[in-house]
Unconditional design. Structure first.
Length: 345
């Protein structure tokens, strides 16, 4: 599995590649167009299939730019005064950075006809929350027993060489590490305990993947049987016919609200609002909740499907662990470097 380990050089190369990613040509912007940053793969496919036609009916062309949240930030910071996107798609960790750097604007809710259909918990001054990603542990029931939680993955030999991990660039992994810090250390910011844990356990790790997509590829290929995942990852694998189940860790499931943000100086602000409004509509979320996407609805008029309720109910949303991302961001860079030093081979 050595070729699946992310070395310091590989991590640096990945960062450089992100910084050099080409910008979308804003000269092509027009009154009937919007350029929206979107997460790659399942998100891009779903929004192209569902949101695109809804905007087309209004005479708006939706151009989706598949870009991870960290790369969205990098592009925005490198294009002061000329944002490459009209909207961003982010979770709280990146939202905090975007707001601190004046990359996004507070929205005017009166410009969203579906705003009142959102539960109050999903109304943010920085934009509507379109779904909540619930995170935990994905595992192959044909290969390993059902884990109880994060501790089990390190203490039960049944998981030796079966678990894939990833660096602090992943929100899903970061949330797992914060909980591991409380399990094996003195609290959520005791990452020294986590780094010691990995240093001691590294020979038994299945893989340190370079991306979430690589984790899923390794899983599909049978090279690993466990990885940190959202319910959406599991739903995607199941839709592909892959044996995969989701576990809520016994210490609680970390959850991440995902919001659409209006960029500072967006070329097409009116269309950006139309895009936001479409994504939080009942019509859109009634489709986004279906396989293979199975996004958890935030529109209070949308009922959960049996498939979603297999992972989470509306009542459970109140019990999930929501982390302090502002505090995490203060240490994330140093944690990233320290993790890279530990897993370097």
């Amino acid at each position: 599995m050595r070729n699946n380990i992310m070395t310091r050089r590989g991590f640096t190369t990945a960062l450089a590649a992100t910084a050099m990613m080409p910008f979308l040509p804003r000269s092509a912007a027009s009154a009937g167009r919007i350029v929206a940053a979107i997460f790659p793969n399942a998100w891009e496919d779903a929004y192209r299939r569902i949101i695109g036609p809804m905007l087309a009916e209004k005479g708006i062309e939706l151009t989706l730019a598949p870009t991870l949240a960290s790369a969205q930030l990098a592009k925005m910071m490198a294009s002061a005064g000329n944002p490459p996107f009209d909207t961003l798609l982010m979770s709280p960790g990146q939202t905090a950075v975007a707001a601190e750097n004046d990359l996004i604007e507070k929205i005017d809710p009166s410009r969203l006809s579906n705003w009142d259909q959102l539960d109050d918990a999903f109304k943010s001054e920085w934009g509507p929350i379109v779904t909540v990603e619930v995170n935990g542990i994905a595992y192959n029931p044909d290969a390993v027993p059902r884990p109880k939680g994060y501790r089990d993955l390190f203490e039960n030999p049944a998981y030796d060489k079966k678990v894939a991990w990833i660096g602090f660039g992943s929100n899903t992994a970061t949330m797992a590490y914060v909980q591991l810090a409380s399990i094996f250390g003195k609290g959520p910011d005791d990452m020294d305990a986590v780094f010691k844990l990995f240093k001691d356990y590294l020979p038994k790790v299945g893989a340190i993947a370079e991306s979430g997509s690589q984790q899923m590829t390794l899983y599909q290929q049978g090279e690993i049987a466990v990885f940190m995942a959202s319910t959406n990852n599991v739903a995607t694998l199941k839709a592909r016919g892959v044996s995969c189940e989701f576990v809520h860790p016994e210490t609680g499931s970390p959850a991440v609200p995902v919001a659409i943000h209006l960029t500072k100086g967006a070329a097409n602000a009116d269309n950006a609002y139309a895009y936001m409004d479409a994504t939080i509509s009942k019509a859109a979320q009634d489709k986004l909740k279906l396989p293979p996407t199975e996004q958890i609805p935030t529109n209070k008029n949308v009922e959960f499907t049996p498939g979603i309720e297999a992972y989470v109910t509306k009542e459970q949303l109140k019990t999930f662990v929501y982390l302090d991302w502002a505090a995490i961001n203060k240490h994330r860079a140093e944690w990233t470097k320290a993790f890279d030093r530990v897993i370097k081979i």
